[in-house]
Design a protein around this ligand. Structure first.
Ligand SMILES: [Zn+2]
Length: 69
């Protein structure tokens, strides 16, 4: 699974606001994710993100790399 800043990840766990989708703001040992529903930001260890990822959507501005998830 490849994660890039700007991608939207869908996680298995739902945020209290009802959204499953998070925008990646920073990658590394810990990811910074922003909830697309309410804008809440969290730091999550990479392994937890990998474990809970259901799918990745390329950001609208980063499309065109030919990859379809
Ligand atoms: Zn939220």
């Amino acid at each position: 699974m490849e994660y890039e800043v700007g991608n939207i990840v869908k996680l298995k766990k739902k945020h209290p606001c009802g959204s499953f989708e998070w925008e990646i703001l920073r990658t590394g040992a810990d990811f910074r994710l922003k909830c697309t529903g309410c804008g809440h930001q969290v730091m999550v260890p990479r392994r937890l993100v990998e474990k809970n990822t259901r799918g990745i959507c390329p950001s609208p501005k980063a499309t065109g790399n030919g990859k379809i998830p």
